[in-house]
Design a protein around this ligand. Structure first.
Ligand SMILES: [Zn+2]
Length: 123
């Protein structure tokens, strides 16, 4: 696998301005997951798991209890365990690099990448 970081790429889909994003790595620690995200376990990458609920383990602070939709039972994952993200919708606040104005934008971190630089549409 290549060790060079993913280059920033423009994301012209944003209507309110210009967002530069960085592609997510192919795996992320389980601690990055949130409710409604879709992910796969690396050892079973064909199975997509949509998170119905997610909570810290009641006894083990380094573990998460994740209940996927339609799953017979919850999964317990270590917070550092690598998972393959498939869909991670986030509402993120971004600040314009030129005028400092901030706005909130909705993106899928997997499809669009993580926000890096924002320029609003006044420039
Ligand atoms: Zn601006």
């Amino acid at each position: 696998m290549s060790t060079t970081p993913n280059p920033p790429s423009p994301n012209p889909r944003q209507a309110k301005g210009f967002l530069v994003t960085v592609a997510l790595p192919s795996t992320l620690p389980a601690s990055r997951l949130r409710r409604h995200d879709v992910f796969a376990l690396p050892e079973n990458s064909g199975e997509r798991l949509r998170i119905e609920s997610l909570a810290p383990h009641p006894q083990l602070p380094t573990r998460l209890v994740i209940t996927p939709v339609d799953a017979p039972m919850p999964i317990t994952l270590h917070v550092d365990e690598p998972v393959q993200p498939i869909s991670m919708h986030r509402s993120v606040e971004v600040t314009c690099q030129l005028c400092g104005a901030s706005t909130t934008t909705e993106i899928d971190l997997v499809a669009h990448g993580e926000p890096k630089t924002w320029v609003c549409n006044r420039h």
